[in-house]
Design a protein around this ligand. Structure first.
Ligand code: S3P
Length: 175
């Protein structure tokens, strides 16, 4: 197997799990958001605010097609990426897709302290944030549901939980 796409909502643990997994299995890790920031020399937040969401999604698709050609990689995709254009079909053609499934409450706990770097969450009160997660996750589920695998990623809160999750993930994908 040469390509694994990790998909799921912001705060689902795509980066946390992807980094840990890449060390264990000797595959390279690529985070789409980081890659985009290097390529465009701007933060995701700047790109999103300056260009608007429509243009941001086009840039995101270009980045996906670029990293989607890499070999032997684990790719962490932006939370919205699977739901625009034919991105989900593209990823399913290019490799294995894994949806990281996390409860609304757990996402809320993780995102509460990590809102500022994410343009779609900035300026939301706690109540608005919880509501946004619940609604947007429900809207995105038809896209996320097209993934080849589902992995429950509720337990990534410390080193030992991450180790256990990596082991379970490896069993699921047999890697
Ligand atoms: C977004 C998720 C972010 C980033 C952008 C938009 C979204 O990626 O691409 O802020 O629409 O869900 P992460 O899921 O890596 O935070």
């Amino acid at each position: 197997m040469s390509r694994i796409f990790l998909i799921g909502f912001m705060g689902a643990g795509k980066t946390t799990l992807g980094v840990a997994l890449s060390h264990e299995v000797g595959m390279e890790f690529v985070d789409m958001d980081w890659y985009m920031e290097k390529r465009y020399r701007k933060t995701v937040r700047e790109l999103f605010v300056e260009r608007g969401e429509e243009e941001f999604r086009r840039i995101e698709q270009r980045i996906l097609h670029e990293v989607g050609e890499f070999e032997n990689v684990i790719i962490s995709t932006g939370g919205g990426a699977p739901c625009f254009f034919d991105n989900m079909d593209y990823m399913n053609r290019m490799g294995d897709t894994v949806f990281l499934e996390v409860s609304v409450e757990r996402l809320f706990q993780r995102l509460k302290s990590a809102k500022s770097t994410r343009p779609v969450l900035m300026d939301k009160t706690d109540g608005e944030l919880r509501e946004f997660i619940s609604l947007t996750l429900a809207q995105r589920m038809p896209c996320y549901g097209k993934a080849n695998y589902r992995f429950v990623a509720d337990s990534l809160e410390d080193k030992s939980q991450i180790e256990d999750s990596v082991a379970a993930f490896r069993r699921l994908l047999r890697i």
